[in-house]
Design a protein around this ligand. Sequence first.
Ligand code: IMP
Ligand code: MG
Length: 173
Amino acid sequence: MSERKLVLSKEAIDRRVQELGSTITRDYAGANLLAIGVLNGAFMFMADLVREIKLDLQIDFVRLSSYGMSTTSGGEIRLSKDVELDIRDRDILIVEDIVDTGLTLAFLHNYLQERGARTVRTCALIDKKERREVGVAIEYVGFEVKKGFLVGYGLDCREQYRQYGEVFLLKEI
Ligand code: IMP
Ligand code: MG
């Protein structure tokens, strides 16, 4: 990896994931919970988070692609892998790695709502407000990070670094 700075240690992530899991366990008692992870970035967070949710739940994944100017608004988003379970009348928890502009989450939230979900909430490991373009509700936030490009714990830079158990600020040199 090029020069890097540790931002979230394994201990910090573990502790926070446990707290999020307890809160979600409390909030979703009696619900019809379906956790939907956003591939590829959320795979590691999802795996750790669901182990801390002490409720019956189901798991599915989606994958989204954005076209056009990917770093600015107006990039068209589409599902390149759809949900496979029936989402009607389900209480859906979107599990995201990081929310940046908010465009991906806004699209997915709207899509799930339109498909007849009973409730849709989001749990994001990282809320990065630097480039937020659309207002999105994130009910469960692991960490707020002001800015910078982060990698590790599922987060990538050109499909690399996903396998690290900690989150780093990537400084290209
Ligand atoms: P948004 O639509 O701009 O909110 O983008 C969200 C997606 O962009 C995330 O799910 C990530 O896949 C990717 N992304 C945004 N910021 C970062 C980052 O700092 N590191 C790695 N991926 C990021
Ligand atoms: Mg992602």
